[in-house]
Design a protein around this ligand. Structure first.
Ligand code: DP6
Length: 327
């Protein structure tokens, strides 16, 4: 096989209905389906070359050579690609994000979506969107949702073949904005991968999972109807259910900081006053404040006045993972 270099780009995503807990940890078959919006402009670029001259896989992340756990996780993904392609070469992987890692913006989602696309193409594998989404899922669950564009649903499924994500609506379907209130840039203490296995130690997880089809139905319909009030209500409920599980698992995890709560209270107040806005928080302290586009600058201005906000990132619905260079 001729070696060539492929660079792929993929957006982060924010879950409206969250993935928390797995049915199968190895394969990352989730306990419940989830729905997200890709975050246009918050992306990972990943460049992959399979090279017969390399003695082992190499990973450079934001300019830093990696060893240990991050390299092993990337190598495990490369192993899957090598198995599928019948390829024995090691690979060099260079990846960079244009947003801070480990702060509750799912960097593993954009990272593994971009890696799956770049590595599979560099290995001459022709995967369709569902195949790519399945592959990305095995690296990081939420990464399967960064493969298709716009508003995306991940069908939980029972086995590898039927657990993948697809687009519910393209990015231009609904002009929403995610104003991410960064309350801390510190690396989170417990990553999602360590959190998922704890989910069922919470007595709330079974109730949360049993009710998931209802929430997914409401969220899907709210997106299709562009019904912001319905979306806001279900997004906040789903967020609080997930954090309820997280706060009551053994050991307990508390991702929220005081400033997280400050934003949650403010958003609740603003919505009562008529501003179309809602909050949702991933596995970290930062708050994703979702609003309709005409209100985004007003929301960002208001967020800036709150105590404890370090920065605000904004994103509009983003497109699918894509190849940006091949040589
Ligand atoms: C809270 O996809 O990061 O962001 O599969 O172990 O990589 P791994 O977990 P990950 O979990 C995401 C959890 C979440 C909710 C979500 O994005 O659905």
């Amino acid at each position: 096989m001729s070696t060539h270099t492929v660079t792929a780009q993929s957006c982060a995503n924010i879950a409206f209905i969250k993935y928390w807990g797995n049915r199968d940890h190895e394969l990352r078959i989730p306990s419940n389906g989830s729905i997200s919006m890709n975050l246009g402009g918050l992306y990972t670029h990943t460049r992959v070359t399979f090279d017969p001259g390399l003695r082992c896989d190499e990973l450079v992340l934001d300019g830093q050579i990696q060893a240990g756990a991050p390299l092993e996780r990337v190598s495990a993904m490369l192993d899957r690609v090598r198995r599928l392609a019948g390829l024995a070469y090691n690979a060099s992987v260079q990846s960079s994000n244009n947003f801070p890692m480990g702060v509750g913006i799912a960097s593993s989602a954009s990272a593994f979506a971009a890696l799956s696309l770049a590595a599979s193409r560099a290995a001459d594998l022709a995967l369709d969107e569902a195949g790519l989404s399945r592959l990305a899922r095995t690296g990081s669950g939420s990464a399967c949702r960064s493969v298709p564009g716009g508003f995306v649903e991940w069908r939980a499924g029972n086995r590898h073949e039927d657990s993948y994500a697809y687009s519910l609506a393209p990015p231009e379907h609904w002009a929403l904005v995610d104003c991410v209130a960064i309350v801390s840039r510190e690396h989170k203490s417990t990553g999602s991968s360590e959190g998922h296995p704890l989910a069922y130690t919470s007595p709330f997880q079974t109730a949360r999972v049993d009710d998931a089809p209802r929430r997914l139905g409401i969220c899907r319909q709210a997106i299709l109807d562009r019904d912001f009030d319905a979306l806001a209500d279900i997004v906040e409920l789903d967020n609080n259910l997930m954090h309820g599980v997280i706060m009551t698992s053994s050991p307990r995890i508390l991702y929220w900081q005081p400033a997280t709560l400050t934003v949650m209270h403010a958003v609740t107040r603003w919505r009562t006053e008529g501003l179309p806005v809602c909050y949702t928080i991933d596995a970290g302290p930062n708050v994703h404040v979702i609003c309709r586009a005409p209100f985004a600058s007003e929301v960002a201005e208001r967020l800036k006045t709150l105590p404890g906000i370090e920065a605000i990132l904004t994103a509009t619905p983003g497109g699918p993972a894509q190849i940006i260079n091949e040589d």
